[in-house]
Design a protein around this ligand. Structure first.
Ligand SMILES: NC(=O)c1ccc[n+]([C@@H]2O[C@H](COP(=O)([O-])OP(=O)(O)OC[C@H]3O[C@@H](n4cnc5c(N)ncnc54)[C@H](O)[C@@H]3O)[C@@H](O)[C@H]2O)c1
Length: 366
């Protein structure tokens, strides 16, 4: 180790500002690299290096000027490292996270945290035993579509909400890697469901989730679900549909929320959408619609003067706040934004979805 002219320690050519938190990345694939790029823009946090079993990823690390450790043990025994990010395939989160905590590191695991509530409990126990922070990168809590819908819900802009539909649709099936294999924790419940379910549970706050009815699709893959629907009924009567599809060539809206006074829609990732609500005007003289074979007043469109159209109250966010929070938690200045009981609740909900889909039955939850 050398010392620079400013008095900073230099190791392997990497500047070691003592004030920075150092993070080691285990699993330097697509998402590991996304974290590296993100961390580059976060004050006080620095990537110390990576460990990956694939030579091509080690070569890529070198190309972008990041140290590659020879082994997981080498990374874990680097005393400069405060935080280990686990961004391997899903089945490896549990053993690597536990090993890292036992080596004295704080751990951020990619989602889904692991494959079962039993495995998650082991990880929580390791965090308790070692006193190290363990949290999960539930980054879609920072999605602006979600935050905007949550604001509409929290501020009661539609009146009492009786139904929420949250969907993501694609048409390419499951990516052709470990995500197609059960033993690696493949499938869409674990991949996308974990985000959408986490968002809904946050949105519904302390309301108990009473029952679940779920179905899986196996259109392009027989081993794991390539899509699913889950109907969730909360104690206040609100029904929520969560749906992931990977063989959908026409997408339904990302969000659709129905309240007794109005409806909100978000069509896509670009937050195209609106709120339409009743303007409180008399609708007595509805003009019926003539269809090819009949007449309907019930389904006739509203007169423009009886409705109010509003733009979405878009909420802005900064995903770097995830890591800012991690650093504050380690310094004991903040509570974790992603808390383990929340992660456990989502894990158990995913297990209930698998059970419901397998048995074709309604599952009681809370
Ligand atoms: N939060 C999000 O938005 C988001 C998005 C994509 C993926 N993810 C999650 O990130 C994780 C990684 O996904 P990805 O898309 O980067 O996959 P990927 O296949 O691109 O990368 C995984 C990497 O882990 C490496 N690896 C495998 N076994 C290893 C081991 N024993 N030790 C070290 N490295 C090992 C592989 O060689 C590969 O480079 C998954 O858990 C996934 O669910 C999260």
């Amino acid at each position: 180790m050398a010392v620079s002219q400013e008095g900073l320690a230099i190791c392997d050519g990497i500047r070691m500002d003592k004030q920075n938190f150092m993070l080691g990345i285990v699993g330097f694939g697509g998402m590991g690299n996304w974290h590296r790029e993100l961390i580059d823009s976060i004050d006080g946090l620095e990537v110390a290096g990576i460990y990956d079993i694939k030579e091509s990823r080690v070569d890529y690390a070198k190309e972008v000027g990041v140290k590659a450790y020879e082994s997981l043990e080498a990374l874990l025994s680097d005393e400069r490292i405060d935080i280990v990010l686990v961004s391997t395939p899903n089945d490896l989160h549990n053993p690597i996270a536990i090993k890292a905590m036992k080596a004295g590191k704080n751990v951020v695991s990619e989602k889904p945290v692991t494959l079962s509530s039993k495995d998650l409990q082991e990880m929580i126990d390791a965090s308790k035993e070692t006193g190290k922070l363990f949290t999960v990168h539930q980054n879609r809590r920072w999605d602006e579509d979600f935050l905007t819908m949550k604001k509409i819900y929290d501020e009661n802009l539609l009146g009492d909400v009786y139904r929420i539909e949250s969907r993501v649709h694609g048409s390419r099936g499951i990516p052709g890697d470990w995500r197609q294999e059960k033993e690696h924790g493949g499938g869409m419940v674990l991949d996308w469901g974990v985000h959408l379910l986490d968002q809904i549970l946050l949105m519904m706050g302390d309301k108990k989730l009473k029952t679940i009815y779920a179905t899986e699709t196996h259109i392009t893959n027989q081993l794991v679900d390539d899509g699913f629907t889950a109907e969730l009924r909360f104690e206040n009567g609100t029904e929520v549909l969560v749906e992931v599809g990977t063989s959908n060539f026409i997408n339904l809206p990302r969000w659709y929320m129905l309240g007794v006074n109005g409806t909100a829609v978000i069509e896509d990732w670009n937050l195209k959408g609106e709120i339409v609500s009743a303007a409180g005007k008399d609708e007595a003289d509805v003009v019926p619609v003539r269809t090819a074979a009949g007449l309907t007043k019930t389904m006739a469109p509203r007169r423009e003067d009886t409705i109010k159209k509003q733009e979405l109250p878009v909420v802005k966010s900064d995903i770097r706040d995830f890591y800012r929070n991690v650093m504050q938690v380690i310094e004991k200045k903040e509570e974790p934004k992603v808390k383990l009981p929340e992660v456990m609740r989502v894990m158990k909900l995913m297990e209930a979805i698998f059970e419901s889909a397998k048995e074709h039955k309604v599952v009681e939850f809370e």
